[in-house]
Design a protein around this ligand. Sequence first.
Ligand code: SF4
Ligand code: F3S
Ligand code: FES
Length: 264
Amino acid sequence: MSTDTLSGGPVAGAQPQPQAPPAAQPTPGRIPVRLKIRRYNPETDPEPHWELYEIDCLPTDRLLDALHQVKWEIDGTLTFRRSCAHGICGSDAMRINGRNRLACKTLIRDLSPEHEITIEAIKGLALEKDLVVDMEPFFAAYRDVKPFLITHGQEPTRERRQSQADRAIFDDTTKCILCAACTTSCPVFWNDAQYFGPAAIVSAHRFIFDSRDEGAEERLQILNDREGVWRCRTTFNCTDACPRGIQVTQAIQEVKRALLFRRI
Ligand code: SF4
Ligand code: F3S
Ligand code: FES
């Protein structure tokens, strides 16, 4: 008998045999995690309810990985939004352990995984299914503040130039990814969905303070509305929730000051 036969290797003239896949090895360092997820199926559930899922994952996994594990290995009906998985698209804001965060920027180890981790949809927008809400009112408020460059007169024949100092004035608010974590953590918005909300004000700020823009007065009039900046009670939930670290409350205060003193 040849060595090849003993080792299970190929024999001259024989058909190649399919190899059994190697047995899956448990990944060292995995820990048991209990995810308590608020589920809602509008076709079958009169009310949302909590369900518990037990999985094993690495402390360095993101919560989004854990949700994928539930969806792909336990219950394919679990519904949530996500796209980039890297904190850029803003689609996976959810309420995790009672605080708005992006699932893809939240590590399991930072969520006290020895306890149940609670996951539910962001508040203040109509629940559609599981962790998915109707974002349309949020984007309607965004559109209302005209989040685009407004200019009058002739188009310039060269680029619109801006000094570094002028650019720095609105640098912070350019970082918004429209995730809605701020607006849906605001108690004023919870009680009055007509309030523009911090995200729309951040988007307005980005253009109001842009030296190349000529639509500041228009936007300030819009935000001077009953449901505009004056509804803000400086609660700071929005600033705490922002995954981009934007000083949301400060931006709102700057818009209020601009309205009071029109120094723009
Ligand atoms: Fe999200 Fe921050 Fe923009 Fe609000 S300001 S929508 S929390 S990125
Ligand atoms: Fe709401 Fe932020 Fe103002 S949480 S009350 S918009 S400071
Ligand atoms: Fe895009 Fe989280 S999936 S920000």
